[in-house]
Design a protein around this ligand. Structure first.
Ligand code: FAD
Length: 323
């Protein structure tokens, strides 16, 4: 049965995040030929509606309010619930991001919907669709079927391919007025601690360093390689604990879960807690001077050697490819 699906468009610094386009592609499958409606919340988001449509949404509904300039779960839930009341959707798709993980349970409970979170693949379409999601820190996958009522899923970034951008697509961008009030949190300032540039959870390439990098300066060659590959830098908790980098870079069970096309881990032993965050990467390259290091068990390509010799060689080779 075809469905009307709402998709939350997530923005950062006034730009739509890639996961929003992946969520639209997931919504297309879920809708089975029904209508995909993008939802944008913020203080000035109207102009982003066209891009959601170019990536596959049929139309877009915005809620603009100065109190939605920064994300708060109270503000966004008031805005999103107002759109739900107007649209009466049969399914909802969010990105499985920090925002999506915070907001989706709140909305799901308000709408008494079951929530299938962290979906990495959708098999089939229609009412028979199976939603595949990792369990036990990525060691196994389960297939979940939606039975009845409002369907609500969150999709893990970098797993469901976005549709090709089609600049000839057009559709309505309308707005809903909401009196956003009674916010229990007010964001007075945002202090960015992570490095500027590519966001690790959406990056196609992540170059991660561990205790083996030995110092904050030891991260410099890794950063250079990441920049050359258009990727992001990441780290093990060993490196964060040693104060070589900020905790916002930590990958793993108590850090970020990433699934880039290419993960390069240097000077990382491969503790189970680290692997919980990266073992589903599409291609894993490990550099370690210990041939017995656990990380080699999940690596597609293992390089036994000193990272301070191997990474500069990789940088040189990548530079040659770019000439
Ligand atoms: P180490 O285990 O010390 O490994 C360093 C590696 O570098 C070694 O294998 C060594 O051979 C290699 N090396 C050294 N010098 C070089 C060189 N010059 N060239 C090449 N290789 C070199 N960890 C996480 O990463 N993420 C988490 O989310 C996380 N959550 C945790 C949660 C809990 C509850 C607990 C208890 C632990 C958690 N940990 C987590 C910590 C985890 O158990 C490990 O301690 C940590 O991952 C080790 O980091 P590491 O691999 O950088 O360091």
């Amino acid at each position: 049965m075809s469905k009307k699906v709402l998709v939350l468009g997530e923005t950062r610094d006034g730009v739509l995040r890639n996961v929003s386009f992946e969520a639209i592609a997931a919504a297309k499958k879920v809708s089975a030929g029904g209508e995909v409606v993008g939802v944008l919340l913020g203080d000035s988001v109207q102009s982003l509606g066209a891009e959601m449509i170019q990536y596959g949404a049929d139309r877009v509904v915005t809620v603009e309010h100065e109190k939605l300039k920064q994300y708060t779960s109270d503000g966004y839930s008031q805005g999103f619930m107002a759109v739900c009341e107007q649209e009466n959707p049969e399914a909802i798709v969010f990105g499985h991001t920090a925002l999506g993980k915070d907001l989706s349970p709140k909305i799901a409970s308000k709408l008494a919907a079951g929530l299938i979170s962290d979906v990495t693949e959708i098999e089939g379409e229609d009412d028979d669709a199976l939603f595949i999601r990792p369990i036990y820190s990525g060691k196994a996958f389960e297939k979940v079927k939606h039975k009845e009522g409002l369907l609500f899923i969150t999709v893990r970034p970098n797993n469901i391919a976005a549709l090709e951008k089609d600049e000839s697509r057009s559709g309505d961008v309308t707005s809903v007025d909401v009196d956003v009030k009674d916010l229990r949190t007010i964001i007075s300032e945002v202090v960015r601690k992570a490095t500027e540039g590519v966001d690790m959870s959406e990056a196609k390439v992540v170059v991660a360093g561990g205790r083996g990098v030995r110092s904050a300066d030891g991260f410099k060659p890794l950063q250079e390689l990441a920049d050359l590959l258009g990727g992001a830098i990441g780290a093990s908790r060993g490196a964060c604990d040693a104060d070589y980098c900020d905790y916002s870079l930590q990958i793993g069970q108590t850090g970020k879960v990433i699934t880039p096309d290419l993960y390069i881990g240097a000077g990382i032993s491969g503790a189970i807690q680290h692997m919980a965050g990266m073992s589903n990467s599409k291609v894993i390259v490990a550099i370690n001077k210990d041939p017995e290091a656990e990380i080699f068990k999940v690596a597609d390509y293992g390089i036994v050697g000193d990272l301070f010799e191997v990474i500069p060689m990789m940088i040189e080779e990548v530079k040659k490819l770019k000439v």
